[in-house]
Design a binder for this molecule. Structure first.
Ligand code: NAI
Ligand code: AKG
Length: 529
């Protein structure tokens, strides 16, 4: 077996691969064309963030069985293409957590005390003590957006600096925040109250451009921003303008919309912006950690065993798979639906099996539900191996209940999630091999859970359905299915629309603002792989 090490990683991992009998070809800064040319001969590949494992690479990689990301973010790998080809993708979720956490602290201090610029100008012979007067961290409010591994680490370290720490993470429950010793607030509150804001979430369609000119100017004048997560979470052009205008006093940025940083980046040359070339994970210890993690994972996977850091594949025996396979996809889609219905941090997931399915070993199906719930919100691609531990890590209780009695359907899966004391319930059943959602919060539906749906409880009076239809029509959004009917609550109805296109936030907001609409939830099934 041959493994290509495409970006420089610590030799410790390479030793592990060689000791296991694999031939390693080590390249540093491998050009994209050369990667395309040589990839067909390899069984495994290790990358950091520089090499892009695109669909084109995967299509040519006829022998490839595993892709190892020596780090956390897998946004440089086409996971869907790898999965379609049955190639396992693994990462190192914890190997560089401390390095990225400490780099964030370093960037915050460097920015607050002008360390980088003072160093640079002093080397040029300028003794500028007054010009580089900084601010203290003590007593300042730090807003941490994204309370996963790195965000939590930054939060607890900042408490030691006597900062007041507040956090925003729609997928973290109160219990977890309390255990960190910080206060969870809404995004608006965080924006209004923070003196420093640091972001620690993956780059997703939801987080891309999450901070931009619309909310930067709602921040305190003199706010300081840090991005050591992914380029693009803070819009670079808007940030540069806000720093130039003086509204933002400083920014510390390690990651960029385009890497390596383009010579025409709006951030370059702006006084007050401290930049590092994606150094978050660049410590000796982290590089050993991630290199060893992926090397061990590759040895395990190429020996045909399950890997707990696999981000796209579940180790299931063929025999078990045959029985449960038709239910797995439905279960994941039920989880995705329930997650979208829930507001805030989920504290409990309950899965009930009715009918014949209660006789089967449903453990994997339960994991599929959890996977469907966690996948839209976490950086790690949640799989059958890591879903239970990720739920546990986030203090989410998972309960499985079995009842052989039949309720309307020969086999019925009921998924309930509790978030902020409110329970959301969806039920699904199989018709042949086809999964359908049959109830949403007691409302009887027949929904094919694919593409995206809008769930919209509303007052039962003329005009509502037509207005929403026109609104979507004007926005060029096609409705390919619609169900509407009365709910159990007198005078109220529920509308479920199957939507062909993405819905811009502005259109969602217009629907929410409509008179007679109680709520609107978008379920996007694209995250279900
Ligand atoms: N600069 C660097 O070299 C490094 C950067 N990173 C990046 O740091 C980021 C965080 O990494 P981890 O903490 O390990 O990931 P994690 O998966 O432990 O945490 C991500 C957190 O983001 C939260 N989140 C998701 N969507 C959100 C939203 N819309 N608003 C607020 N929170 C949201 C999730 O609930 C989760 O708690 C990743 O993007 C990763 O790639 C990681 C390591 C090194
Ligand atoms: O490999 C690197 O140096 C980048 C690390 C990173 O961004 C990650 O682990 O997500």
């Amino acid at each position: 077996m041959k493994v290509l090490v495409a970006d420089g990683v610590s030799p410790k991992g390479i030793e592990i691969l060689q000791q296991a009998g694999f031939e390693c070809v080590v390249k540093d800064k491998l050009p994209a064309e050369e990667l395309l040319e040589i990839i067909p001969e390899f069984d495994g590949i290790i990358v950091r963030s520089a090499s892009k494992v695109t669909k084109e690479v995967i299509d040519r990689a006829q022998n490839l069985k595993i892709i190892g990301r020596a780090g956390v973010g897998t946004d440089n790998i086409d996971i869907a293409a790898a999965t379609a080809r049955g190639i396992v993708v693994i990462n190192s979720p914890g190997g560089n957590t401390i390095a990225a956490t400490e780099h964030t602290m370093g960037m915050m201090l460097a920015m607050a005390r002008n360390i980088a610029v003072a160093n640079e100008t002093l080397h040029k012979g300028e003794w500028n003590r007054k010009k580089y007067t900084g601010v203290e961290l003590r007593g300042k409010t730090l807003g941490v957006v994204g309370l996963g591994r790195i965000g939590s680490g930054v939060a607890t370290r900042s408490l030691a600096f006597d900062m007041k720490v507040i956090g925003y993470d729609p997928y973290v429950n109160e219990e977890r925040a309390q255990s960190l010793g910080i206060k969870v607030v809404s995004l608006d509150e965080l924006i209004e109250q923070s003196d420093f804001i640091t972001v620690h979430m993956p780059l997703t369609p939801k987080t891309k451009g999450m901070f931009n000119k619309d909310n930067i100017y709602k921040m305190k004048k003199g706010v300081r921003l840090i991005n050591c997560a992914r380029g693009g979470i803070i819009n670079e052009k808007d940030l540069a303008e806000a720093v130039k205008s003086g509204h933002v006093a400083g920014a510390a940025i390690d990651v960029f919309e385009s890497e390596p940083l383009a010579a025409n980046s709006p951030l370059l040359g702006v006084p007050g912006i401290t930049i590092t070339p994606h150094l978050g994970a660049s410590t000796v210890e982290a590089q050993i950690g991630v290199s060893v993690d992926v090397a061990q994972g590759i040895v395990t996977a190429l020996n045909g065993e399950p890997v707990s850091t696999a981000v796209n594949m579940a180790p299931v025996s063929a025999q078990t798979m045959k029985v449960i396979k038709p239910y797995l996809d439905l279960a994941e889609r039920l989880g995705c639906t329930a997650c979208s219905l829930a507001d805030g941090g989920i504290s409990e997931i309950k899965i009930k099996y009715n009918g014949g399915i209660a006789d089967v070993d449903t453990k994997m199906i339960t994991i599929a539900v959890v996977k469907g719930i966690l996948n839209p919100i976490l950086e790690d691609k949640v799989n059958y191996v890591n879903a239970p531990s990720l739920a546990k890590e986030r203090n989410i209780k998972v309960k499985e209940v079995k009842d052989k009695s039949v309720e309307n359907f020969a086999n019925l899966i009921t998924v309930s999630v509790v978030a902020n004391g409110k329970t959301q319930t969806v039920q699904g059943a199989l018709f042949g091999d086809e999964g359908r959602i049959v109830t949403i919060n007691s409302y009887r539906v027949d929904v094919d859970p694919h593409a995206r749906i809008l769930i919209c409880p509303h007052i039962n009076r003329p005009g509502i359905i037509g207005t929403i239809g026109s609104l979507l029509g004007y926005a060029n959004i096609n409705i390919s299915g619609m169900q509407v009917g009365k709910t159990e609550i007198e005078g109220t109805s529920m509308m479920v629309l199957t939507i062909d296109n993405e819905i811009p936030d502005s259109v969602m907001q217009q629907i929410i603002n409509m008179n007679g609409i109680f709520d609107v939830k978008l379920v996007n099934y694209n995250v279900v792989k």
